[in-house]
Design a protein around this ligand. Structure first.
Ligand code: FAD
Length: 440
């Protein structure tokens, strides 16, 4: 193994591997370190939007479609949950995504990285310090080994130790918990699409991860501890929102497998590194998985990093590209999880708008896929949906003579209006108060 490298990449998750491959493709030598090679077996990102697929293909993963069973993923189907027909939202311009178990993506990327002569992969190996000389601890021997690289790329995930070593605050905040459950031998209501349902406890996401397997992601509030302890209670809270065949498959799955619980966290994507250390992927920031954008954003970090002239250029490009996907994730999660009547009205208005407007469906999917990251698009969509919800709610209250409530309702909708306003203010990102942490 070489003793000097152009780049040292910390963490061989999806984004670290992608970074190593991208630098190697440019002829740079790379030291790729992974502390826990089995970390990829946990429940984590499985759905990748078209923008992420495009970058993976550039990195040499041309046959992603080959292990995406039942064809490409064409978008999402929203289930309003009131007995109304589901709404199909396709990616614009025939674009497609992929979905499969997290470890399959990481295995494939690691295989590609290890096959490249420019990359030295060391595992288990954990970055232990940056000062005075960067070093890692070899997990097999326990020896500390100096890192001799011109630059360091930290891809060590949302609890990034590199951030800590750089003296950057861990500004991540817990949002909720998500159960990953595998359903066997069940059909999705529409194959080739991810499905978003409004559950009793929180939003539900479902998509195919294998020829015979479907993933169910159940979001529950952090306060609902009984749902995490008691699978009968979980089933009772979730099953009514599911199509009958999926509810049946859930009952079978809960009898044989434990749900994989993961905390969902938020950290705003504003700090991209310091000195010769660049952050990529979840080490920069993370959002709720509802919009499934973590991997695609991380891959865009990699693309921007290798194309950037310097650290400031990289940070400037990515701050601008991540602002709207981050706000969209927080706004949509609030719309789907807030049980109050104004949030429910906005949710209903969103479904009504999607149902009647092909242009709005297209705009939403371009925002979701992060192919359109303009604040004006986010603002226009959110304003239209929010305004319709407010007009309908206030109109009904006035017709019924609930004048005193109308003032309160207007105040509630006014608080939602800060989302589209934030979209229009260049560089500004709205963070809901409960997700704000030190450093935001
Ligand atoms: C429940 C859940 C569902 C999700 N679903 C989706 C989805 O459908 N689509 C999507 O795009 N995103 C999703 N995400 C987000 C997605 O999983 C992350 O964005 C993605 O895994 C980030 O990749 P990463 O390589 O930056 O970090 P990680 O995947 O966290 O990888 C970091 C790697 O660094 C290693 N490491 C850590 N510290 C060190 C150290 N000191 N030295 C060496 N190595 C180290 C770790 O062992 C790990 O292998 C989901 C997240 C959760 C929690």
């Amino acid at each position: 193994m070489r003793t000097e490298h152009d780049v040292a990449v910390i963490g061989a998750g999806p984004i670290g591997c992608a970074a190593a491959i991208a630098f190697a493709q440019r002829g740079e030598t790379v030291l790729l370190l992974e502390a826990n090679p089995r970390a990829a077996e946990r429940f984590a990102g499985e759905w990748i939007h078209p923008s992420g697929v495009r970058i993976l293909q550039k990195l040499g993963l041309g046959d992603l479609a080959a292990f995406t069973e039942n064809g490409p993923r064409r978008g999402f189907v929203a289930h309003p949950g009131d007995g109304a027909d589901p709404i199909v939202l396709s990616y614009p311009d025939g674009m497609t995504g992929v979905s499969f178990e997290h470890h399959r993506l990481v295995d494939e990327l690691r295989r590609r990285a290890v096959s490249m002569p420019e990359i030295d992969y060391v595992a288990p190996a954990k970055l232990s310090k940056l000062e005075p000389v960067p070093a890692y601890v070899d997990g097999d021997t326990g020896a500390e080994v100096a890192i001799n690289a011109k630059r360091i790329v930290a891809a060590d995930g949302r609890r990034s130790g590199t951030r800590r070593l750089l003296g950057l605050p861990d500004g991540s905040v817990g949002i909720s918990f998500m159960a990953g459950i595998v359903l066997d031998d069940v059909e999705l209501p529409v194959e080739g699409y991810g499905h978003v349902l409004s559950g009793l406890a929180g939003p539900i996401l479902s998509y195919r991860i294998g020829a015979d397997q479907v993933r169910l992601c159940l979001d529950v509030p952090a306060s609902a501890t009984e749902l995490r302890r008691d699978t009968d209670a979980l089933y009772a809270a979730v099953a009514p929102a599911l199509p009958a065949p999926m509810a049946k498959a859930l009952a079978v799955s809960l009898k044989t497998r434990k749900p994989a619980w993961m905390e969902t966290r938020f950290q705003t994507r504003t700090v991209y590194g310091r000195g010769n250390v660049a952050l990529v992927g979840d080490a920069v920031g993370c959002t709720h998985p509802l919009t499934a954008v973590g991997i695609s954003l991380g891959l865009k970090d990699v693309e921007a990093l290798v194309d950037s002239t310097d650290a400031a250029d990289y940070a400037r490009r990515q701050r601008a590209r991540a602002r709207v996907p981050e706000m969209l994730s927080n706004a949509l999660y609030q719309v789907f999880s807030d049980p109050r009547y104004d949030a429910r009205a906005i949710r209903q208005s969103m479904f009504d708008t999607w149902r009647t407007s092909a242009a709005e469906r297209r705009r939403t999917m371009a925002l979701l896929a992060a192919t359109d990251v303009r604040g004006s698009t986010f603002a226009t969509s959110f304003f239209r949906i929010g305004f319709r919800a407010a007009r309908k709610t206030v109109g009904a209250e006035m017709r019924e003579g609930h004048w005193s409530r109308t003032r309160q309702t207007l105040a509630r909708f006014a608080s939602w209006s800060t989302w589209p306003i934030a979209g229009l203010v260049p560089g500004y990102r709205k963070i809901p108060a409960h997700l704000k942490a030190a450093g935001h």
